[in-house]
Design a protein around this ligand. Structure first.
Ligand code: F3S
Length: 777
């Protein structure tokens, strides 16, 4: 098929608002007349709702912004994948707005199984998830969100091909959203409640990240690929090394990389915990990519901005910009790496991998090689892998391991199909799966007879390798590598095979050795558009479309607004559970089979705190009511909800650490939780609680934690006044405790961190209630 170009209005809605951003950048320059800025700072600061207020508040005074200031940002765009879009849309709907404030898109990719191949797997998965897809599509039509149906592609590849653009700031409800940083964006992965901030035009808050410089020198060659940059870096930084940082790539080595190669590097910045990663605009890489994906006008505008003097240059870091630490990588010396098993930062250079297999007693053979996914399915990835398949095929070889290919988008699939690459794979034993996440997110029905619990190895070009991630078997060791390395190794089927030096024996007593892979960055004939059924719906809202939610569904339920704060203090709440030790968002809202209910708050609430250990008894998920009768935690919470009994959770340090999962705040709130009293909170979860109308409080004296127990009665003193002081956020709060049984009473002092805006959320019942109220005027 012929390449199609989006109509002019599409390109307009996909172009970053350069005029406004440059105006904002000029204002930032006035605030910091002599300070060189990193690229990340330029893009972030030019998206501030009010630059002066964010950068010069009373805590930082414009001098100590990184790691301290709270940035109130106005992102340009939102992208959502099907699993996380459900709760984001349900929350958005409860605001009663006719359309989204910024352009948005929905991508159906996470719920498609990989098993026999796209032709059978896709219809089966659509049938199994029909009500969810129908809901997403109808909501998209009603609110003017572009809907990419099942089979259209994986969110991050589709975003790169259509929406990412230099200087853009976007939020995505998926951890690998930073993939778009390969095209010079600030793209951040968030939970649904954060996405809703952008969808309703409320400023989105982010603690100003530090900026780590990653300086690239030299040039890749031979077997080394962009994937190896991030596999190597993950080993150096570890899974926590990027936390609180934006990784900003710079240096002469950047010029030699392709746009899609940069995207692969940014994609896996998530594996080191980075807020996001990004590359500067380079005309040689980004110009051709934007042109070939029908966005020539964006390429021209970006080139003009990048060519302007430093002070007006939004798309490249200033000369002399300072980084919070720097890592230097010489691409000329970089060799292929293999990371894993079970953690993406266990990084081994290929030349040492053979020894590592022996030393760690990893399996010597592996059953499957899987390439593609959102991380590695560019035209370059596919054609480099194809070059190896052709070499092996000419020598009469077939892959020894099962070989699967997951194209990242319909555009890529159709293009490599047209250009014969797909046929090369399929004629040589490759199985092409649907353009979706499939085996990357546990949607893989393995047919090779590996039993659950059986130790075995696989090689993938994906990004994550936590236990159970791909096939649900926690003993499957997933080794991450570049697609070309996975392809070559699949022909040997051995984990200790190094295609750079080793040969594969042939029948005629000869042997075959691979030459280094070769590929093409962009298709000479342009990208093929593919199946028109996979095109997105137009971004025009239609108020007459009913959003499809079956009232009897067990997977979707309309979100009812929460009650506003009572006219007075919170009185006679009961302690549901005093949690002992670590309490992550997974402890509060478990994943696994519960993910199915992400769009149904009452049903998913049945997992609330099921991982929590009671400090009273040491038991997991077991608490007692006043009469001594024991229940699971969600059972007692549900019982109390039915009785109109408000309750609180008491916890230790870093309550709510882990992911940004908003269900961990929504569910307790839904079941009647009004306060969480902890020794300390994880920052994102504390904010999520406030957004849902739950008051997070911390102990002034940590030893008071030991004096509380389940079913004690708790009343606030001073909280109502704090909330009424039209949000100054000041004022002290204490809790009056009435001990269960003895009736003894005492007071404990507590702290709150409610800002002016957050007091408004609590009073209204939730941030969304407040927005809905404002929307109604
Ligand atoms: Fe999907 Fe895996 Fe990427 S789940 S979005 S292909 S990380």
């Amino acid at each position: 098929s012929q390449p199609t170009s989006p109509v002019a209005s599409d390109v307009a809605s996909r172009t970053p608002p350069y005029t406004r951003l440059l105006k904002n950048l000029r204002q930032v320059r006035r605030l910091f007349p002599n300070r060189p800025l990193t690229l990340a700072e330029k893009i972030l600061f030019s998206h501030l709702d009010n630059a002066e207020e964010s950068l010069f508040d009373n805590t930082n005074n414009g001098t100590d912004i990184r790691g301290r200031a709270t940035l109130k940002l106005k992102p340009d765009r939102v992208a959502m994948q099907d699993a996380s879009a459900q709760m984001a849309l349900l929350q958005f709907m409860s605001c009663g707005l006719p359309t989204t404030a910024v352009p948005a898109s929905i991508h159906c990719d996470h719920m498609i199984v990989g098993e026999q191949g796209a032709d059978t797997d896709l219809p089966n998965s659509i049938a199994g998830n029909k009500e969810v897809f129908d809901f997403l599509e109808s909501a998209a039509k009603r609110y003017g969100i572009e809907f990419w149906p099942p089979g259209a592609g994986i969110i991050h590849q589709t975003v790169l091909e259509n929406y990412a653009a230099p200087g853009l700031m976007m939020l995505g409800t998926d951890s690998h959203t930073p993939n778009a940083g390969g095209l010079g964006c600030i793209a951040i992965g968030v939970g649904g409640a954060d996405a809703v901030d952008a969808l309703v035009d409320a400023p989105w808050e982010l603690k100003a990240p530090k900026v780590k410089g990653i300086r690239l020198e030299g040039q890749l060659s031979g077997w080394a690929s962009p994937k190896d940059i991030i596999l190597h870096l993950a080993g150096r930084l570890t899974v926590r090394g990027g936390t609180g940082y934006i990784l900003e790539y710079h240096g002469p080595g950047v010029q030699s990389l392709s746009c899609t190669g940069m995207a692969t590097v940014c994609n896996m910045g998530a594996e080191v915990g980075a807020t996001t990663s990004l590359f500067p605009f380079t005309e040689s890489a980004h110009g051709p990519y934007l042109h070939s994906t029908h966005r020539g006008s964006i390429a021209e505008q970006a080139a003009a901005i990048a060519a302007s003097p430093d002070v007006h240059n939004l798309l490249v870091a200033d000369e002399g910009a300072e980084y919070d630490g720097e890592v230097v990588i010489d691409l000329s010396k970089l060799e292929p790496h293999i990371n894993g098993p079970f953690t993406p930062d266990l990084s081994t250079p290929l030349s040492l991998f053979k020894d590592a297999v022996k030393a760690n007693e990893w399996p010597e053979t592996f059953g499957a090689g899987l390439i593609g996914s959102c991380t590695n399915s560019s035209y370059a990835d596919m054609t480099r892998a194809e070059s190896l398949v052709r070499q092996a095929s000419a020598a009469g070889l077939q892959p020894k391991a099962d070989f699967f290919i997951t194209p990242g988008s319909e555009q890529i699939r159709a293009t490599v199909d047209r250009d014969g690459t797909m046929a090369t794979f399929e004629q040589n034993g490759g199985v092409v799966l649907a353009n979706a996440c499939g085996p990357c997110i546990g949607q893989w029905s393995r047919t090779d007879g590996v039993a659950n619990g059986e130790a075995n190895a696989i090689f993938t070009s994906y990004n994550r390798n936590f236990p159970g991630r791909n096939d649900g078997n926690r003993k499957t060791m997933n080794f991450l590598a570049s697609p070309e390395l996975v392809t070559a190794m699949s022909y040997s089927g051995r984990t200790d095979f190094n295609p750079m030096v080793d040969s594969i024996p042939l029948a005629n007593e000869q042997s075959f050795k691979f030459e280094p892979p070769t590929g093409i960055d962009l298709p000479k004939a342009g990208f093929a558009a593919g199946n028109p059924l996979f095109m997105p719906s137009p971004p025009t809202p239609s108020a007459d479309v009913d959003v499809a939610i079956d009232p009897h569904s067990d997977r979707l339920a309309v979100l009812e607004p929460f009650d506003p704060f009572p006219q007075g203090e919170l009185t006679e709440m009961k302690v549901l559970v005093r949690v002992k030790g670590q309490c992550t968002t997974d402890t509060i809202s478990a994943a696994g089979p519960w993910l199915k209910y992400k769009g149904h708050l009452p049903n998913i609430s049945e997992n609330t705190l099921i991982g929590a250990v009671s400090a009273d008894t040491g038991a997991v998920n077991e608490v007692a009511d006043v009469d001594g009768q024991t229940y699971t935690i969600p059972e007692l919470a549900t019982k109390w909800k039915g009785q109109g009994q408000a309750w609180i959770v008491v916890a230790e340090h870093n309550y709510g650490e882990g992911s940004a999962r908003e269900h961990a705040a929504l569910q307790p709130r839904y079941l009647g939780c009004r306060v969480v009293l902890a020794k300390s909170f994880a920052r994102i979860h504390e904010t999520n609680l406030k957004k849902q109308g739950v008051v997070p409080l911390t102990f002034v004296n940590e030893e008071d934690y030991d004096k509380l127990a389940g079913c004690d009665e708790v009343s606030t003193e001073g909280l109502h006044e704090v909330l009424q002081q039209s949000g100054s956020g000041a004022g002290s709060v204490s809790l009056r405790i009435k001990q269960k049984g003895s009736g003894a009473e005492w007071r404990i002092p507590v702290r709150h961190t409610l800002s002016k805006d957050q007091c408004g959320f609590i009073v209204a019942g939730s941030a969304l209630n407040l927005l809905a109220k404002k929307g109604r005027g």
